[in-house]
Ligand binder design. Structure first.
Ligand code: SAH
Length: 354
């Protein structure tokens, strides 16, 4: 018999019911796992020994193993490289902001099918969709680490490996666990889902999560450039995408975050700043410029746009009344951009095999 994850609440409740365990026991287990960070079922003192044994026989706490963990020299960023039971590598990045606004970036797929030209994860293709417990375990691990530092997790972003809108149901269930008071207890607005622009997913998301944050990896203000770096634009072009985003805004009245990677000579011509301004000027938008991270595994053909050009872009956007920020680069020394560590590791393994 295969064991069930302690994080799979439906299966766990079924198990308890099957064994005629009163429903309140679930709450005690939940409290032990998510509030007291107990990892060993034997140590859950609030439940009877028989129930502890039942959990031991039927459930597991964590399926992921930590393959690698690295903290940046300033101590702010920790990158986790986890291995699934089927030997796939996934990444999560914890960013400790000085204001206590701790943010965890998690993966929803091993690899990614979207094949954006600048992204290391895209070079791995899709290896698999993560299951619910594999998503939750990344968060559990980081939340426990923060707890040991006397701190708390404040924000979760689906900006690690994979395309969340293509693993919709597990993502949906994970978000409801993040926001459940008895579990991770985060406000809905503290969870953000980032997508490269999968329109049916965005439409469903607007209906299911009107309070949760939405980030769009835009990266270009016109189809010509967008198609050249993001194959998804062939399926959902900018017009289709923006129509779906306008529907999202109408339904939710929430500001959308637009991510724009700045790649030298590719999407950073100043006339594109005007195009971007025109595209977003009447929309509820916040642009986040991301200096292209040229770390390992991204192919080596691109370079980052110099900071002063990004600042000029910002000035032009201001003329259109579009708010923007430049993302602080954290964790450059530990290959913290999406997919870089997993790809680096895979290449090292290949070299060893050769
Ligand atoms: N598939 C989702 C979420 C994962 S990517 C999406 O596309 O939004 C998370 C963010 O990291 C995206 O905005 C992506 O474009 C960006 N990213 C990928 N590779 C990068 C690199 N080399 N440098 C900087 N940002 C990168």
């Amino acid at each position: 018999m295969t064991k069930i994850s302690i994080h799979n609440q439906l299966q766990l409740r079924d198990l308890l019911q099957e064994h005629k365990i009163p429903a309140f026991r679930y709450g005690q287990i939940e409290n032990a796992i998510y509030k007291n960070f107990i990892t060993d079922f034997d140590e859950i003192q609030t439940i009877p020994k028989d129930l502890r044994n039942l959990l031991k026989e039927n459930c597991f706490y964590q399926s992921l193993t930590v393959d690698h963990e690295a903290t940046s020299s300033n101590g702010q960023t920790t990158k986790f490289l986890f291995k699934t039971t089927d030997d796939l590598l996934i990444e999560a990045v914890l960013m400790r902001h000085l204001t206590g606004r701790n943010t965890l970036c998690i993966s929803c797929q091993a690899g990614c099918p979207m094949a954006c030209s600048f992204c290391a994860t895209g070079k791995l293709w899709l290896q698999k969709n993560l299951q619910l417990h594999e998503i939750i375990e990344q968060v559990m691990y980081a939340a426990k680490l923060l707890d040991s530092e006397g701190s708390k997790l404040r924000n979760i972003v689906f900006m690690g490996m994979g395309e969340p809108m293509l693993n919709y149901e597990p993502m949906k269930e994970a978000i409801s666990m993040f926001c459940a008071q008895k579990k991770f207890d985060l406000a809905n607005r503290r969870v953000t889902v980032s997508t490269c622009g999968i329109v049916p997913g965005i439409n469903k998301f607007a209906d299911d999560f009107p309070q949760t944050g939405l980030a769009i990896s835009l990266h270009a203000p016109n189809d010509e450039i967008r198609k050249s770096i993001m194959p998804v634009d062939h399926t959902y072009n900018l017009d289709t995408l923006m129509t779906s985003l306008d529907r999202y805004t109408q339904k939710t009245n929430k500001r959308i975050f637009y991510e724009y990677i700045m790649i030298n000579g590719v999407n950073d011509h100043l006339k594109l700043a005007d195009e971007l301004g025109k595209l977003l000027q009447w929309r509820l938008a916040h642009v986040n410029f991301i200096p292209y991270n040229p770390g390992e595994g991204t192919g080596g053909t691109y370079a980052a746009t110099p900071r002063f050009i990004i600042e000029r872009f910002q000035k032009i956007l201001e003329k259109y009344g579009v708010v923007s920020t430049i993302r602080a680069t954290m964790g450059d020394d530990i290959n913290a951009a999406c997919g870089q560590l997993a790809r680096k590791k895979k290449e090292e393994e290949k070299k060893q095999e050769a």
